[in-house]
Design a protein around this ligand. Structure first.
Ligand code: GLC
Length: 447
């Protein structure tokens, strides 16, 4: 290229010189020509890196920024990962994604999704179909429940990044000192709480998430299951919220407040409120997700080494305990202009080595099954093999496309019952009726 340019240039210079132009003009033309050679033969300017944006709840951010983002960017100099810190409540996060999608071009390339969002986001056509990007063998390394929760109508829209399951935390030191075995039932929680409160060993017995938000729905399915009830059967769309078991579940929760086992403020608590009080040493029991474990065992934690974690209990009359299945994964926005780069990021984040580091760092429930029994992971978290059983028997919140509305209905009526604005009977009848109308409308629309 350079020789052709020089050749053309010299022939044009000769022709120009024949025209007897002034020497100064001649020199200027030569200089311009040389400049052109420099520009044309210089390497093309490098492309600026592509920035992938994703949104997550504030407490989720630290393990990502601590190593994952740095490592990814070091290995992919052409891609930046920009984490946008959202609110703590997952339903507010869902609202932010939903608004972005409804407005058209989503500013987010990667979609960090709770297991309960997939049906809605996929049905609305907001997500890229990932089915052909991942082989069955690759998927087989993840927990079946996490993979199932990543699908809609048989197609894959998310790759699991971490699983989750509601657990019961308790103060082993206090139970041991008072001669109590770990609780088996809700009634045990009440009995042991009252005894420890009477001894002034703790101020509160049991902490749970009672604010009107998604966390309360997750907490409630566990109590509901413990009493042998159900919310919505996803196959038949039958609604169980006004059955006696559901009423018993509400009565149990109300009873903990009425008896002073749970603080009156529990009806405004989200996960982090309960964790702070429990970590401060003020309560005997707490329902929470496993993310709280490493925080409560951190060096400066007053309850470090004094706590245990176990599957959620059942009622005396219920058959099995029922941890709620949660969990997060990554999908790609259909409108993203950087789908290939987003796919590269997902492959990196869900790879075995990065997942192991992520789980070790954050104490999350793994999605890759090998990690539950991996020697390094178990050396740090010896409850993980037990956690695998919990995840495998966890209760799903109903995987239906109208889940967000169904959950909103439950949250409103449950909160009305817990805060004494409605009797448990009236509230649960209201919740059941509204849920049935929602599902009927959905059925009519599909017909
Ligand atoms: C956790 C769970 C998620 C659930 C949320 C409720 O983040 O992983 O599935 O919806 O808590 O607050």
């Amino acid at each position: 290229m350079r020789s052709t340019i020089i050749c053309c240039l010299s022939s044009s210079l000769m022709q120009i010189s024949k025209l007897w132009i002034k020497p100064l003009q001649f020199l200027a033309i030569v200089a311009l020509g040389l400049l052109a050679i420099v520009f044309i033969s210089a390497p093309a300017p490098t492309q600026p890196p592509v920035t992938l944006k994703l949104l997550m709840t504030a407490p989720d951010v630290p393990p990502w920024t601590k190593f994952m983002v740095k490592q990814f960017e070091a290995e992919h100099p052409n891609i930046r990962l920009q984490i946008v810190e959202g609110p703590n409540q997952v339903n507010l996060l869902e609202d932010m994604y939903t608004t972005a999608f409804l407005l058209g071009d989503s500013p987010y390339d990667l979609v960090n999704m709770d297991v309960i969002w997939i049906s809605k986001f996929a049905a609305a056509g907001w997500l890229m179909d990932l089915t052909d990007e991942v082989t069955e063998a690759e998927l087989a390394a993840f927990s079946p429940a996490d993979v199932e929760g990543s699908k809609y109508a048989g197609r894959l829209y998310r790759l699991p990044v971490r699983s989750d399951a509601g657990m019961l935390y308790y103060r082993k030191d206090l139970l041991d000192a008072a001669g109590f075995d770990p609780p088996q039932t809700f009634e045990d929680i009440e009995r042991i709480s009252q005894a420890l409160q009477a001894q002034k060993a703790v101020r509160w017995g049991y902490l749970w998430q009672g604010k009107q938000y998604e966390g309360a729905a997750a907490m409630f399915v566990e109590v509901l299951k413990g009493f042998g009830g159900f919310w919505v059967n996803p196959d038949t769309l039958e609604v169980g919220l006004d059955r006696p078991e559901a009423l018993q579940a509400v009565e149990f929760l109300k009873g903990t407040i009425a008896q002073g086992i749970s603080p009156p403020g529990v009806t405004t608590y989200v996960e982090e409120d309960t964790r702070r009080i429990f970590q401060n040493g003020e309560a005997a029991f707490m329902r929470n997700w496993p993310y709280a474990w490493p925080l409560m065992n951190a060096e400066n934690s007053p309850v470090r080494g004094k706590i245990e974690i176990m599957p959620m209990v059942r009622s005396q009359s219920g058959q099995a305990s029922g941890s709620c299945l949660g969990g997060w994964g990554l999908g790609i926005a259909k409108t993203s202009k950087h789908q290939q780069e987003a796919l590269e990021a997902i492959r990196f984040i869900t790879s075995p080595a990065i997942q192991k580091q992520f789980i070790l760092e954050a104490g999350y429930v793994p999605s890759r099954r090998e990690l539950f029994t991996n020697a390094d992971v178990v050396a740090r978290y010896d409850h993980y093999p037990e956690l695998l059983k919990v995840v495998d028997t966890a209760v799903l919140r109903p995987p239906i496309a109208q889940y967000a509305q169904a959950s909103d209905i439950l949250q409103r009526y449950l909160s009305a019952a817990l805060t004494n604005q409605q009797s448990p009977e009236a509230a649960m009848q209201g919740a059941a009726g509204e849920t049935r109308r929602l599902l009927e409308a959905g059925r009519a629309k599909r017909a």
